[in-house]
Design a protein. Structure first.
Length: 405
């Protein structure tokens, strides 16, 4: 059914990389959420008043707050698609993250409110009234909220929307809250045992935990995330596919919204090639990256020696030593100066972020010791860097420096 609705209401639905299509997805899901939650509010409020059920009326106002979450999502999606202006040259895409953060606070607030009311019911149990109509209405609403959760989760993954994923978690929190109410009513109706407060307490913790997880996932791109391995491979392989590029390193990606990114990378070029020719290659890569990858790419050009047997010999020696220290270490910007008894190996050493800055001196000393054991004439001038790759992605040394020719 979800695919049918998407095909029916979203034009060019397959082109999820297009900002207008992403906005159409967000508007469609937000409108569906508003409509379903307002419908459930009116239905539950009417039934609650009819059968004098406080639990049903309480759940009705919970649906009204969910409609507010959908309205926030709608506004966030529309604002995030606004074009760049003088005050925001990278666009407004991060508003989508802010919207998801607001929704996460609403989820936490719902859980906290349920926690307070549940604790009060445990300390001071309230009389309950069992109505089969109440149970039926609440159970039927669960199916609607499950479908809303599935809609937000599936389409949120399809277009990588934080606010839709947050809305999915919000809907699942409502499902748990409603089911807890149904369970408490049924247990009281059949066995006369009041477990309303205890069940509500358990559910409140689950709902608040979901809200905290949404907030953590949303704050992360706002603060700045490491480069994931898929994006890393895509960009580096694209740049290195051009003739005249020897290798790449120091890739940094800045996220300005789900469909707007800026990146910088160091591209190594042969030092004996005319600089004007290398610069033309760099310019062409930047232009084509904008067209094919949708990324504003800024490239720093590093001249390196290619086909230099002496440099390759010492590079392999240095790589053997750093891999003895940690197989995840890699190097780039390698060059050799000096002759005879005084040879300096100059390069940047890339280490995982688990190594604190305070260990830099120790790393340099240990590396120099290992290199001198191989060749007493050598010493290293090393700049220690931390990888911008996500944790677990550092095991790609062949992609972080010059290709050995």
């Amino acid at each position: 059914m979800i695919d049918f609705l998407v095909k029916r209401f979203i034009k060019n639905y397959e082109d999820t990389g297009d900002s207008q299509v992403r906005m159409a997805y967000g508007i469609f899901v937000s409108r569906v959420g508003i409509g379903c939650n307002v419908f459930l509010f009116v239905l539950k409020l009417a039934v609650g008043l009819l059968v004098h059920s406080v639990s049903v009326m309480s759940d009705a106002f919970n649906n009204l707050s969910d409609a507010a979450s959908s309205i926030i999502s709608y506004i966030g999606v529309r604002m995030a698609n606004r074009p760049a202006d003088a005050g925001h040259p990278f666009g407004h895409g991060r508003i989508e993250y802010v919207s998801a953060l607001i929704v996460s606070f609403l989820v936490i607030e719902v859980g906290f409110t349920l926690l307070k009311s549940s604790a009060g019911k445990i300390l001071n149990p309230e009389p309950m009234t069992f109505h089969i109509v109440s149970v039926g209405i609440l159970t039927a609403s669960v199916s609607v909220k499950l479908w809303l959760a599935a809609l937000n989760r599936i389409l949120g993954r399809r277009i990588q929307s934080s606010v839709m994923k947050a809305a999915a978690a919000d809907s699942m929190g409502d499902v748990l809250t409603t089911l807890s109410t149904v369970l408490a009513l049924c247990v009281y109706g059949f066995w006369g045992i009041n477990i309303d407060g205890l069940v509500g307490l358990i559910v409140s913790v689950i709902v608040m935990a979901a809200g905290v997880n949404i907030a953590k996932d949303t704050i992360s791109p706002l603060l700045g995330e490491p480069v994931c391995v898929e994006v890393y491979k895509e960009i580096t392989e694209f740049v290195e596919s051009f003739d005249g590029i020897v290798g790449t390193h120091d890739l940094i990606v800045h996220n300005y919204g789900p469909s707007k990114s800026m990146a910088s990378i160091h591209a190594e070029v042969p030092k004996d090639v005319d600089i004007v020719m290398s610069h033309e290659v760099i310019d062409r890569i930047e232009r084509e990256a904008a067209t094919h990858l949708g990324i504003l790419l800024v490239i720093h050009m590093d001249p390196v020696a290619v086909g230099d047997e002496r440099a390759n010999h010492y590079r392999l020696l240095a790589e053997e030593c750093i891999h003895r220290m940690d197989s995840r270490f890699c190097l780039h910007d390698f060059r050799v100066i000096g002759i005879g008894e005084h040879i300096r190996l100059i390069f940047d050493l890339v280490v995982p972020r688990e190594y604190p800055d305070t260990q830099d001196a120790m790393l340099r000393e240990r590396l120099n010791q290992l290199v001198r054991e191989q060749d007493p004439r050598c010493c290293c001038a090393v700049t220690v860097e931390r990888s911008f790759l996500a944790v677990g992605c550092e095991e790609e040394p062949e992609k972080t420096g010059q290709k050995v020719k």
